[in-house]
Design a protein. Structure first.
Lengths: 310, 310
DNA sequence: GGCTGCGATACCGCATCGGTATCGTCCCGG
DNA sequence: CCGGGACGATACCGATGCGGTATCGCAGCC
């Protein structure tokens, strides 16, 4: 704990290093823009603190002792490391260094989130980005416990200590088996799906994507024919692939290509599904600000083109 | 060159580290045995010098910012390294750390020198010992050019800037072919060897072992029958092994066992051969002093037992 | 609402910094 | 052989800035 470092300061290292490198007090004094006596005094003091003679004073300048050569190397190293420490701290203050824990969940991991993460990694290469697969409740818990900096999720839920931002509105698509009677249409409406066998997800957490999808039917006084509830979009599409029925997926899930699965867009005005970012209301770290900025830049501010791009 | 390190001192690191670890200015002040205001001031100054806010002042102590956490790690590292720098410098001052370049030459490398080196390595494990095979002239040159700290050699030659110490006096032995007419004797005299076919070494540098051996004959008004001059003891013994004749070797060379070679000791009063250590007269480094001390301890101060031990 | 504990601020005495002037010493040239 | 010049060390001085005491402002809490 209490060290023998005593009263040694960087000034001693700077002065000694200059003198040792110049092999002269006077020359070092010029380089440092100070007069010569302070150098003599600081080096003397350093030697006294160390209990070691570092320089051999000679009529024509100074020579290093063996211990002095060792200390010179150490001092140079320390000074260089101190500079690096400054750099790293200033980078951290600008959000260019550190660690960002990101919670991810659901179909957005197949497109929107990777695009954001990738862009952030390019812009902030020294930041370690760690992804955590957590559902909404897990993200909220982890955020409160500081294990997470930001979470991506669907659906907006009010919490006093957290804030949500909608960062993307994705269109909905219908995934259906290749041989399905609707598979040759170019786009579909909710009404087209009334009474069709459907796979829905996720079973939990509630409310979730499943409720939003079912709500689309109820709002139109239509009935959804749920043949299977599953946990996630991948399982749902796997069941579609084996002919169980159809399911609804966001644009991001279009990257999931399984054999015998056809994706058709819903009419654009039928439904949009939000992608939200959740974070602590009191977190104003530069890292998070930078991440939000990247997310806003990467994700299109308006859903139009995405919905059209299928 | 000129750094952004500015006026940052170890004091700033020590104070900040204490505050950051205690999560409190007051608690840190107690641990450091100073009052609280200086801590506030030093940390403020550090933040100003860095241009970065390191701590979030809160009603119940302080919290680290992201940049503060980075700087804390850096500061701890720097302080630990500074301690190590002190240790290493002080070890160097005591001759326990550094590099020792040792010149070796001749038959002593087969016994006496390895014993010294081994003992020194045990006593000073952090000192890097580098051996250089150099003849006497090479050692003298390397010593003057500071490429060598100490050299082992035979024969004492006065030099103004160098000092020699005799560290060992070894007895002489005769190496002769197994079938030689003298091979069944238990010990020999110079007179016994008069007129015998001899291999002698080294051809250079002169004067050298060769001259000392030949001098033994001349001094007794005997003649040495030189059949071959070679460069080194190994070659000489190889020739003995193949029946060329006999040769003279020091005790150290007795470790060289070649088939068909018999070693017989010379009468002890016939001749002794010195092993010398050469060094700069102005080199009073702790490392060299320690090495000399080890050499004196390891090598027997009197030749008697060695001569008798064969 | 007063109490308590926190960090920040104001101010003070003094240690210590860097500056100027000078000394002692050695090298070197006339 | 002696004087000039360059080096590091020393003496001394003013100013900076350290750490100290006293106090403020503020927030949480009984």
């Amino acid at each position: 704990m209490s060290s023998r470092l005593g009263a040694i300061e960087f000034r001693h290292l700077r002065y000694f290093t200059a003198v040792a490198e110049a092999r002269s007090f006077r020359a070092a004094a010029q380089q440092l823009h100070v007069s010569q006596p302070p150098l003599t005094r600081q080096v003397q003091q350093l030697e006294e603190l160390l209990g070691v003679v570092l320089l051999e004073r000679q009529p024509r300048g100074v020579e290093l002792t063996a211990a002095g050569a060792v200390f010179l190397e150490e001092a140079r190293n320390l000074l260089a490391l101190a500079e690096q420490a400054l750099d790293r701290t200033q980078m951290a203050a600008q959000g260019q260094l550190g660690r960002l824990d990101v919670g991810v969940y659901g179909s957005a991991v197949f497109d929107a989130i990777p695009r954001v993460i990738q862009a952030f990694r390019v812009a902030h290469p020294k930041v370690e980005v760690v992804l955590h697969n957590l559902d909404r409740a897990g993200q909220i818990k982890a955020l409160r416990e500081r294990r997470l900096t930001v979470g991506f999720n669907r659906f907006f839920i009010e919490e006093p200590d957290l804030v949500w931002d909608v960062v993307l509105a994705e269109a909905l698509n219908v995934a259906l088996p290749a041989g399905h009677r609707l598979a040759d249409r170019s786009r579909l409406t909710i009404a087209d799906l009334s009474g069709e066998a459907m796979v829905v997800y996720p079973r939990s957490p509630r409310p979730g994507f499943i409720d939003q999808v079912l709500g689309l039917f109820h709002r139109r006084h239509l009935t959804a024919q749920v043949v299977q509830e599953v946990d996630d979009v991948v399982t749902a599409i796997a069941l579609v692939s084996s002919g169980f029925g159809l399911t609804m997926v966001s644009d991001s899930a279009l990257n999931l290509r399984l054999p015998g699965v056809v994706y058709l867009p819903l009419e654009r005005n039928e439904a949009l599904i939000d992608l939200c970012m959740i974070r602590r209301i009191d977190d104003d770290s530069a890292l998070l600000r930078a991440f939000i900025e990247v997310a806003r830049t990467v994700l299109p501010p308006l859903p139009d083109e995405l919905a059209g791009a299928r």
